[in-house]
Design a protein around this ligand. Structure first.
Ligand code: ARG
Ligand code: ZN
Length: 846
């Protein structure tokens, strides 16, 4: 059944308090609930439930008939006529955490009880108004023989076999959490800006303590940053964070009890890469920042998900740019947005940041809601300025604290704080699709006229696309490389619009969309020489990187479609290598060629049919050319970028290692993998270890290294996930599927663990030429495994269907293979609602 935004109605009751008692047992956990309701408006009492073995129901102590439960077991309706204005609803149910392989509600992970309730997991725990606009303080009693018993809020008592927790801040059920297990804490504390001392704990399994320190440091940095940047203070006596091995997503912001996928907590130099460290810091920040943007102010309904997610991603991006390099972070974020969100926006799964209908909300935790949601806020900030943004956010926190809000509330805050009319801006929230911005130029007598056009192609359910407000940040670079116009923001509001710049000496080159000021694609006429000029001289790091990237992309597309090209890019790279050591992270970004997926996307966007094999060949050949042309310089840099001394996961070291590995990737093509072999054997950190291993796999010289790696890390699940991932990802396309098949046969391919499943299957899906193998073997293998996982874990299965969202851009034979594979999945008996919605939408694109 489809849910519609337009159908939202206020809940007719409010809750004064929710009391829960858990008697934990793997197969039969008893949950007793007491909910104090007060009537607010007319209507029946409707409660949600799923898979509950209901023992008893009562209102004010009087038993209720179990026949009030609907036949499908999902709703409990008590007619208004049977209800006083205030009453206590009580229920006792039994649930089975051990059988809960979907990892939604209360489940077991490695013997530990834990929960995941967002979006609609609480209904798997007990009968409740499981919707985000019903908020209540919670009192929770946990009885269990596990040594550590945690829930939200502050501890009331922690005795033998029983703990009581009280969360005074009203919250929706999706923020409820419970953990019970044999855990150890890394303890610390934080004193807030008003002087309150907060107890902090990062809880891990015994033996993992020495890998939890970075998580704690990240948490403390997050708390400090949110005080300094947004004036937001923490509001409970304790903050607990728990790492679990079986988790469908990254992490969850449950009030006072954040639960994390262990891969986003545990790190040591030997086991985690620089990228892992950066993600850990960023996600710990993200979940912590939700305390204000998500928990204190939550969403009225799930259509408003981007209200909390877009804003919290925006905040975690700001945090990472402040902790590390702002330029590098921006470029990374743009790369992710393009790779995931533009792709989504261009295909059958396109939807606006605020959708107006869905079948399964878990399918809408997407790049559009998260990453585009964050970009929209970035545009808003650019339009109203730093001051306007700060005023609006202050007003948001004051006006809406304790409420469940909408995108309309959010926009109104900006209008009231800045006096700006944001009616047109709102389209960014309600309209799907990536606008295409076209620039053409006129040059006459020192006057440059820029003619812009914007167009957005139709998306499913939205044929018309009225023009949006597009903030276009640009600068002008003179022919000698001087900046003749510093960054200026043009506000485009019409379908086509021109802007003039007078009094210019010689014709400058436009440095367009500085800082990636709007999530649009750009079409413009620009010569390779002009791109090289920007790459050499642009003052905006994003625009500078983009110029080099476009140069490479054009060369690659030319090669993939007609065979030769790329000389200009090779030359420009030469210039860049000379002073690469001055900014290694930036140089590394410029040296990494656009990926095969991005090349395919660009060819498709230009109206062509991408050929995965030709794309791969073109990219390999260009890399080979660059390596040959610049061997000496690359080798010198490779040596110079060694990071001596103990490993430190900071931005500087990470930048040096990223440049070193970029050089290694190129050099491996011409040195017989000699350097990769040496580095694999000698590196003491996982960043270089994994980098070297990937090179060895690509070069087909991996047998010994893989064995050594498995020997050394066989008992470390997170490190072995890397081992399972890099093989299908880096193997040559002719071998990758066969390899994935072999790996799937291994006893340690514990496919019910989402991290392990994703490592292998998504590893293959990310190998463009292998997943899109002409014989359809990549598609078939992937679907075989999705069919196996769906009955066990629908959420993770459904998310992974997006590997197929681009299927219609390829040739007829590949399309036929993809369609057949998807058809098998769609026809599977008992297919989950999650996966069924995804497959139906994806197939509808054909
Ligand atoms: N709110 C969490 C975050 O942004 C994501 C949890 C989503 N979980 C889910 N099953 N849909 O970090
Ligand atoms: Zn979030």
């Amino acid at each position: 059944v489809t849910q519609y935004l337009a159908d939202w109605r206020p809940y007719p009751f409010e809750i004064a308090e929710t009391r829960l008692e858990f008697d934990l047992a793997p197969k039969g956990t008893r949950v007793r609930s007491q909910i104090d309701f007060r009537r607010k408006g007319p209507g029946d009492l409707v409660l949600d439930g799923a898979g509950l073995r209901t023992q008893s129901l009562a209102i004010d102590g009087k038993p209720l008939d179990l026949s009030l439960i609907s036949k499908d077991d999902e709703r409990l309706v008590v007619p208004a006529s049977a209800l006083p204005d205030s009453f206590t609803f009580a229920a006792e149910v039994e649930i089975d955490p051990e059988m809960n392989t979907a990892l939604e509600g209360l489940y077991l992970s490695g013997g530990m009880f834990c929960t995941q309730c967002e979006a609609e997991g609480f209904r798997h725990i007990t009968w409740y108004p499981d919707r985000p606009d019903v908020m209540a303080p919670f009192r929770v009693t946990i009885r269990s023989d596990k040594p550590v018993l945690l829930s939200n809020g502050n501890p009331v008592s922690r005795g033998q076999g029983e703990a009581v927790w009280h969360d005074p801040w009203p919250k929706p059920a999706y923020l409820f959490a419970l953990v019970a297990g044999d855990l150890v804490a890394i303890p610390d504390s934080f004193t807030t800006m008003s002087g309150r001392k907060v107890e902090l704990n990062v809880w891990v399994r015994p033996g993992d303590q020495d890998r939890a320190g970075y998580a704690m440091e990240s948490l403390i940095r997050s708390m400090k940053w949110d005080e300094e940047t947004y004036g937001r203070e923490y509001d409970l006596d304790v903050f607990n964070l728990v790492a679990v091995d079986d988790f469908n997503m990254g992490a969850m912001e449950n009030k006072g009890l954040n639960i994390f996928n262990s891969k986003l907590v545990l790190a040591s130099a030997e086991t985690a890469t620089d990228g892992d460290y950066e993600r850990i810091e960023g996600v710990i920040g993200h979940e912590y920042f939700h305390n204000w943007t998500g928990n204190r102010i939550t969403c009225r309904d799930w259509f408003q998900l981007c209200l909390k997610e877009g804003l919290t991603v925006f905040r975690d991006q700001q945090f990472t740019s402040d902790m590390r390099s702002a330029a590098v972070k921006r470029i990374h974020d743009v790369q992710t947005l393009r790779a995931r969100q533009f792709r989504e926006d261009a295909g059958p799964l396109a939807h606006p940041p605020r959708p107006d209908n869905y079948q399964e909300i878990n399918n809408f935790y997407t790049a559009t809601v998260y990453e585009k949601g964050a970009e929209v806020i970035g545009m808003l900030k650019r339009l109203v300025g730093e001051d306007g943004y700060r005023k609006a956010l202050d007003l948001y926190f004051i006006r809406h604290d304790g409420q469940a809000c909408t995108i309309e509330d959010w926009i109104k805050v900006f209008e009231d704080a800045t006096g700006r009319d944001l009616t047109q801006f709102k389209r960014w929230y309600t309209d799907a699709g990536t606008p295409r911005l076209t620039l053409s130029e006129d040059w006459q007598d020192g006057r440059l006229t820029l003619h812009f056009r914007q167009e957005t192609a139709p998306t499913p359910g939205q044929p018309q696309k009225p023009p949006r407000v597009i903030p276009i940040a640009l600068g002008l670079i003179g022919p000698n490389g001087d900046e003749v116009l510093p960054t200026t923001v043009l506000e485009m509001t019409e379908a086509s619009q021109s802007f003039t710049f007078d009094g210019l000496g010689a014709r400058p080159v436009v440095s367009l969309l500085r800082g990636f000021s709007a999530p649009v694609t750009v079409a413009r006429e620009i010569t390779a020489d002009e791109q090289a000029l920007l790459l050499a001289h642009d003052t905006d790091p994003y625009a500078r990187w983009q110029a080099g990237h476009d140069l490479a992309l054009d060369a690659l597309i030319f090669r993939a479609t007609s065979g030769t090209g790329g000389a200009e890019f090779g030359q420009a790279i030469g210039g860049l290598l000379t002073d690469a050591a001055a900014d290694p992270a930036f140089a590394a970004l410029c040296l990494s060629l656009p990926g095969e997926e991005e090349i395919a996307t660009t060819i498709a966007a230009r109206g062509g049919v991408p050929d995965p094999d030709a794309i791969r060949t073109a990219r390999e050949a260009l890399a080979q050319d660059i390596a040959t042309a610049h061997e000496a310089e690359l080798a010198r840099l490779y040596d110079a970028m060694e990071t001596p001394g103990p490993y430190r996961p900071d931005a500087e070291g990470a930048g040096r290692r990223s440049l070193r590995l970029a050089c290694l990737g190129l050099l491996t093509r011409i040195d017989g993998a000699a350097r990769a072999q040496v580095l694999f054997n000698s590196a003491s950190n996982m960043t270089e270890r994994q980098g070297a291993l990937e090179c060895l796999i690509a070069a087909g010289k991996d047998t010994e290294a893989l064995a050594a790696f498995a020997q050394e890390f066989g008992s470390n699940r997170l490190v072995m996930d890397k081992w399972f991932m890099v093989q299908p990802l880096r193997a040559t396309p002719d071998q990758a599927v066969a390899r994935a098949r072999d790996l799937a046969e291994r006893a340690d391919f514990d496919w019910k663990n989402p991290n392990r499943f994703r490592a292998l299957i998504s590893g293959l899906c990310a190998n463009h030429a292998a997943f899109h193998a002409a014989d359809g073997s990549g598609y078939a293998f992937t679907v075989d495994w999705l069919m196996r996982l769906d009955p066990v874990n629908p959420q993770t299965t459904a998310r992974m269907c997006s590997a197929f969202e681009t299927w219609t851009r390829y040739d007829a034979d590949r399309q036929a293979h993809a369609k057949a594979a998807l058809g098998r999945l769609a026809a599977m008996k008992g297919l989950s609602r999650n996966t069924s919605e995804m497959v139906t939408r994806i197939l509808a694109g054909g």
